[in-house]
Design a protein. Structure first.
Length: 153
């Protein structure tokens, strides 16, 4: 009987440690996301300056961080992004970013993994950050929310 209690105690302790590690991981990701959302726009083209607005009237830009060796980026995220572009037309612009070749953007937007997508408003401010694959529906919801907020301002 005492052996069962010891095993049960170890199982409970391991479960608690695992739970705390997962919570700490989620907190780490949320802190990084909040830093991105609070940051100032980085680049004039991403900030929607007057020159870029005349060449591209999009109100919303999606930064799509990927790398050449990322199968999830090419097989899953790229088609989802293409469906967003087809659904929203010229209201959305896609900026593809090769994460290893763009360390300044990667650091500024706190990219933890590829694929990562960042939804920017008309002023270039980040309004949503998605680490890992994000489906079409979620991206459309984020684009629509940014568009609504931009129209109200």
């Amino acid at each position: 009987m005492p052996e069962i209690l010891v095993r049960l105690g170890v199982l409970i302790l391991l479960s608690l440690v695992l739970y705390l590690m997962v919570r700490a991981g989620w907190r780490f990701i949320e802190v990084r996301r909040q830093r991105v959302l609070a940051a100032e726009p980085l680049h004039p083209v991403l900030a929607g300056d007057s020159a870029s607005r005349t060449s591209n009237p999009s109100n919303v830009r999606i930064l799509a961080f990927s790398s050449a060796g990322c199968p999830q980026c090419h097989r899953l995220q790229a088609p989802a992004l293409q469906r967003v572009l087809e659904a929203r037309g010229p209201a959305v612009a896609l900026v593809e970013v090769d994460a290893p070749s763009s360390p300044e953007l990667t650091q500024h937007y706190q990219v933890l993994t590829v694929p990562t997508t960042v939804v920017l408003d008309a002023n270039g401010r980040a309004r949503a950050v998605n680490y890992g694959f994000t489906n079409t529906q979620r991206l459309l919801e984020q684009v629509d929310e940014v568009s609504r907020v931009d129209q109200q301002e």
